[in-house]
Design a protein around this ligand. Structure first.
Ligand code: SF4
Length: 361
């Protein structure tokens, strides 16, 4: 890597290309660090097209640090609903309160202060201080990994600490510090639009003449990854329990997916099972002991819900009970028509959409 010097021409080509080809996005022209922060956190987990609606809704309701800091967590989660990775919404909320307390409500402009906020890592801190104040911190995200690994034919695996360090150094060498903000946005945009994972349009690329992978004809070999992501299978059986106009929810508390969100009573098993097998489990028996005759129907089954490291296989059963029993005291009783008011995971939302608002019938 020592032979790669700070290459201002590469940065200039990138910025020229960016000015002509960048997408017009609502946060792009903003110089408000709060707006940049929210957009970056949303875009970490969703594509720009889908993220746009969430961004507009979220910043419409919480237009600044103060409004976010003073909101109830439940409302913040409700506005995040559908984006997944709810810990990011909770971190945003915590960090907004922190900005109010430690920085008098003014978003800090020093990298060390920005990165001290909950949920802000190296990437987001660099994006905020470079986009807003043109401070010379290089951003390194998936798009930047891809562009740099191809441009310099670097085979260091991007999913190792050593590889990340290599690419962060390289990103700093390529960046023109006088134009850090625009350079960072340009290299990310090139990765998003031009140097895409499959079949990049190298012929139209501004860096074609200087791209080592293109010259060698092995663009598809980059970036290199060491590990394949391990996934875990989980089996979720949700019970939409009905007694008169009521149903029951519970709030996820454990350090697990969807912390703080609401869901119907859940029986999780380590293998797939049909309803007869589910009924025979201790968890099911305990839950319905003393509830009388059960009137059961299968509302939705065979749902496969893919998260970043887990695959959930889910089914939803509607179960009308004859009597309220003691086991239900562990849950939150809710009028059936009010379920939509609670922040729920996407999986539950899919079910509610299928019911089409017929919850109170
Ligand atoms: S020439 Fe192709 S591989 Fe190289 S940076 Fe451009 S788009 Fe990526």
């Amino acid at each position: 890597m020592s032979q790669i010097e700070n290459d201002l021409e590469t940065s200039r080509l990138l910025r020229d290309w960016y000015r002509k080809h960048k997408r017009e996005l609502p946060w792009r022209e903003s110089s408000d660090p709060y707006i940049i922060w929210i957009s970056e956190i949303i875009l970490q987990q969703t594509r720009v097209v889908q993220g746009m609606d969430y961004f507009i809704r979220f910043t419409g309701r919480f237009p600044d640090v103060a409004s976010l800091a003073s909101a109830e967590e439940d409302e913040v989660l409700k506005y995040w609903q559908g984006l997944g990775y709810y810990s990011r919404a909770r971190n945003l909320h915590t960090a907004a309160k922190d900005v109010m307390e430690r920085f008098g409500g003014v978003f800090p402009n020093q990298y060390k202060d920005v990165i001290s906020l909950k949920g802000i890592g190296e990437y987001t801190a660099a994006a905020i201080v470079s986009f807003v104040w043109n401070q010379p911190y290089p951003v390194v995200d998936g798009n930047v990994f891809r562009v740099l690994s191809r441009l310099f034919a670097v085979g260091a695996p991007i999913d190792t600490a050593k590889g990340k360090k290599t690419f962060t150094e390289l990103a700093g060498l390529v960046m023109d510090p006088q134009h850090a903000g625009q350079h960072n946005q340009a290299i990310m945009e090139l990765g998003a639009l031009q140097c895409v994972p499959q079949n990049p349009d190298c012929e139209a690329c501004p860096l074609k003449e200087r791209c080592a992978a293109y010259a060698a004809g092995d663009v598809q070999d980059y970036p290199v990854k060491q590990h394949k992501t391990k996934t875990r299978d989980r089996y979720f059986y949700y019970l939409y329990i009905i007694y008169k106009g009521k149903t029951w929810l519970s709030r996820r508390k454990e350090k697990d997916i969807w912390e703080g969100l609401y869901e119907f009573p859940l029986i999780e098993t380590d293998k797939a099972m049909d309803f007869a097998a589910l009924q025979a489990t201790d968890a099911f028996r305990r839950l319905f002991e003393g509830a009388g005759r059960l009137n059961v129907s299968v509302d939705l089954q065979g749902v496969k819900h893919v998260l970043s490291h887990q695959i959930l296989y889910a089914a939803f059963y509607r179960i009308e009970i004859e009597r309220e029993n003691d086991a239900l005291n562990a849950f939150l009783p809710v009028a059936r028509g009010d379920v939509e008011k609670y922040a729920v995971p996407r999986l539950i939302h899919i079910y509610l959409e299928k019911l089409g608002g017929n919850l109170s019938e």
